[in-house]
Design a protein around this ligand. Structure first.
Ligand code: SF4
Length: 337
């Protein structure tokens, strides 16, 4: 993905806590980051707004910092200058015991007690001079987000792009997402979301009236296997997809599968998804997202163990074979051999 990460910063001090109640009636949400110039997240060139909070626990997740709803601490040991030179996080206002040094003679970089560090705030991490400490996520208003996204309005006009709201699971913040998409339409922008739809139907129904394109994940076919690898069955998800296709015939849907050899990168799953989507003419494509391991470093920064260490990225040969089945189903040239 060709993209540029925008640091979300609000000038001026003091700043309210990221979880403080909003001061106006304008809807707010917890935003992880805003990524510009994305080309694989809906039509044209897009700005993707990643929200925090997810209702699944996919073992291959490449964005572990998006799973919890609350803003949370990130620690990058490489940047820590150590206790002798700094030591700011070993003193108040940081929670007692949240940071410690094991052997200050040979290595005086701090270590984190992740249980005690859950109370670390945005104001505290600002006290770390080299920015070894930072926060994933902050509360933003609809207009703060849209003002940022609108900076690339001319690119959207030239490419047919717009705003894509992603996660985590963006439909866990349905009022915020509905307001974002409605506001985007009012500003003349095309709208899309990326979702797994593991939420109550009411959440989906709030957002869909303001949506041009839904990119939605079909992760596994069999409910027990879906539960084993993502933490939840797929019955509610499939019911939501079907209802969405039927209730919103003018919305465009694109099915997607994160492709992981040994889990779901097989003909059986691809053909099952094709059979599910094919009766619905507003599902215009099915995309494969080959598994990668780019997010592994973030697990360390969050103090979380990555469980999928033995799994490999899919080979080009496998991707081409499965893609050919999809191309054939959509009547494109080539097809399955
Ligand atoms: S405040 Fe930052 S640089 Fe200073 S000791 Fe703590 S983590 Fe290291």
């Amino acid at each position: 993905m060709k993209s540029k990460i925008v640091k979300i910063e609000t000038p001026g001090a003091p700043r309210p806590s990221p979880l403080a109640p909003p001061s106006s009636s304008e809807p707010t949400g917890i935003v992880l980051n805003i990524q510009r110039y994305c080309t694989h997240d809906g039509p044209g060139t897009r700005t993707v707004v990643f929200l925090k909070g997810c209702s699944l626990r996919c073992k291959w997740c490449g964005n572990p910092e998006s799973i919890r709803f609350k803003p949370e601490l990130s620690y990058e040991p490489r940047l820590c200058v150590g206790k002798k030179e700094c030591g700011a996080c070993l003193k108040p206002p940081f929670p007692e015991g949240a940071f410690y040094v094991v052997d200050s003679a040979s290595d005086d970089k701090v270590k984190v007690n992740w249980d005690l560090a859950s109370d670390v705030t945005e104001e505290m991490v600002a006290l770390c001079p080299p920015k070894a400490l930072s926060m994933f996520g902050k509360r933003m208003t609809v207009n703060e987000v849209l003002d940022e996204v609108e900076k690339d309005a001319s690119t959207y006009r030239n490419t047919g792009g717009g705003i894509t709201v992603s996660g985590g699971e963006c439909l866990m913040q349905p009022d915020f997402v509905a307001a974002l998409l409605k506001g985007a339409h009012e500003r003349g922008m095309n709208t899309a979301i990326e979702t797994a739809c593991n939420v109550p139907w009411e959440n989906v129904a709030k957002v869909l009236p303001h949506l041009d394109t839904m990119l939605h994940d079909h992760k596994l076919t069999i409910p027990e296997r879906h539960k084993k690898w993502t933490g939840a069955g797929n019955e509610r998800i499939l019911a939501n997809f079907k209802k969405a296709y039927e209730t919103f015939p003018d919305t465009t849907f694109i099915a997607r599968t994160p492709l992981i050899p040994g889990i779901n990168a097989d003909e059986e799953h691809i053909r099952a998804v094709l059979a599910f989507i094919h009766p619905h003419k507003n599902v215009i494509d099915y995309e494969l997202l080959p598994y990668h391991r780019f997010g592994l470093g973030k697990y360390e920064h969050l103090g979380v163990v990555y469980e999928l260490d033995d799994y490999k990225t899919p080979s080009d040969e496998l991707i081409q074979k499965l893609q050919a089945i999809i191309d054939e189903a959509f009547g494109r040239t080539g097809g399955a051999k």
